[in-house]
Design a protein around this ligand. Sequence first.
Ligand code: SAM
Ligand code: SF4
Ligand code: F3S
Length: 442
Amino acid sequence: MINNILEYYIETWGCQMNEEDSEKLSGMLMQLGYIKTNIKESADVIIFNTCCVRENAEFKVYGNLGELKRLKKINSSLIISVCGCMMQQEGMPETILKKYPFVDIIFGTHNSHKFIEYLHRARIEDKSIIEISSKEEGIIEGIPVDRDNSIKAYVTIMYGCNNFCTYCIVPYVRGRERSRKPIDIENEIKDLVERGYKDITLLGQNVNSYGKDLEPKVDFADLLKRVNVIPNIKRIRFLTSHPKDLSSKVIDTISDCENVCEHVHLAVQSGSSKLLKKMNRKYDRNQYIDLINEIRIKIPNVAITTDIIIGFPGESEEDLLETISLVKEVQFDSAFTYIYSKRKGTPANEMTNQIPEDIKHKRFNRLVVAINECCANKNKEYEGKTVEVLVEGFSKNDSTKLTGRTRTSKVVNFCGNPEHIGQLINVYISKANSFSLNGEEI
Ligand code: SAM
Ligand code: SF4
Ligand code: F3S
C-alpha cells in the first residue's frame, strides 16, 4: 500500500489465454481503485494465475507459492489468490491448501469474473475460499480490461477446445468451445483501434472452428473479412490454427484481406503420421505438407511457424527422423519445441511405451539444431530488403536501438527515431541473425 492506495501484484504463467484473463482481473481491481505493483512485498493482494500444460509449469507455481508464507507473516491482511488452469484439475485446490494453508482464495478458469466477490468475502470470512466450476457458463461480456501493452492487443474470439489431442490437458481445464458474437469482437477491436492500437491478435485454441456454435452461422473467414474493414485497423493476426480445420476459404481470405498479416502459426506436433494418429490430430504428414504448399502458393512471403512435441509415447528413432525431415522440407520460420510431459487424466498419460527422460532430451537437442538452421535460412531471405516494422520500444539488449516486428512477426532491432515508437515505419534489413534481424530506419 502507498499513500492509502491499495496495490496488487499479479504473476501469470502459460499462454495468451491466461494473459488475457490476467488483464481482466487487473481491470476489475483497477476499477476498485487498486494500482499494480511489481513488488510483492508492498502488495495488498497477490494473484498467481497458473498453467498446467506441462509439469514444469506447475513446479514454477509451487516454488513461488512457498515464498509467500514469509510475506503473509509480515502482513497478515495480505490476500493471496491462486487461479487459472492448474486449479481446474481434480483435487488440486485441496492439495494447494494442504501445502500452503495461508492461501486465501482459489478459483478456476470459469469463475474469474467473480473475483471481486471472492475478494470481499476473503476480507470478512476467516477460512479459505475455493470456487471451481467444473462447467463453463456462457460468455460474459463487458468485463473491464487493463492491458499491459498500448500498441498490441489480444482479443479472444473463442474460449475452450473440443479437440482432445491425447497429450493435452487444455480441453479439461478450459471447457468446450464457445465463440463470442462477431458484433462484440468488432466493437472491442473498434475501441482498441480508436485508442491507437495497431496490432490485434484474434485468439482461440483453434480459431478455425470459430462460429460453429453461433446462430446465424458465421465462420472464421467471415470474421476476418469483417475485422479487416474496421476503419484504421493496421495489422490483424490470429492464434492458433489447427491444420484439420484450416480451410481453403480461410487461406484465400488471409490472402485477400490487406490488413491480415502474412503469418500462419500452424502447430504440426510431429512429422510422423503414426504419431499424429496416436495424438488424435486428425491429419497426416502428407495432408500437412499439402496445406503448407497451398498457403505458400496463395500468400506470397508468408511466414510459417509451428509447435512440435518430442518424446511422445511410442516415438521411435524413425519417427524423430520423420519430424526432422518435415522441419527441413517445410522450412519453418520458427518453432516452439516441447518435451512431452505426462498429464494426469489425458489418454497419453496411460500409454505404456513412455520414452525415458534422457532419450527425450537427446532427441530434443537434435530437433532444435534442425529448427535453428531453418530459422537462420528464412531470416537470411530478408537481408537487403526493406520491410514495414511496427516500432514497439527500445531493444532489451541494446537500449540505443529500437525494436519492433515485421508483418511476418520477425523481431527487428534497428537504429531509428524513438519518436516513432507505436508507429509503422520502413526499415532496411542489413543483417539477419538466427532469431532476429538488424537494420536501419529509412
Ligand atoms: N491449441 C493450440 C494448437 O493446437 O495449436 C495449442 C495450445 S497449447 C497451449 C500449446 C502447445 O503446447 C501445443 O501446441 C503443444 O505443442 C504443447 N503441449 C500441449 N500439451 C503438451 C504436453 N502434455 N507435453 C508437451 N507439450 C504439450
Ligand atoms: Fe490442446 Fe489440441 Fe486443443 Fe490445441 S487443439 S488446445 S493441442 S487439445
Ligand atoms: Fe494456456 Fe496453460 Fe491453460 S497453456 S490454456 S494457460 S494450461
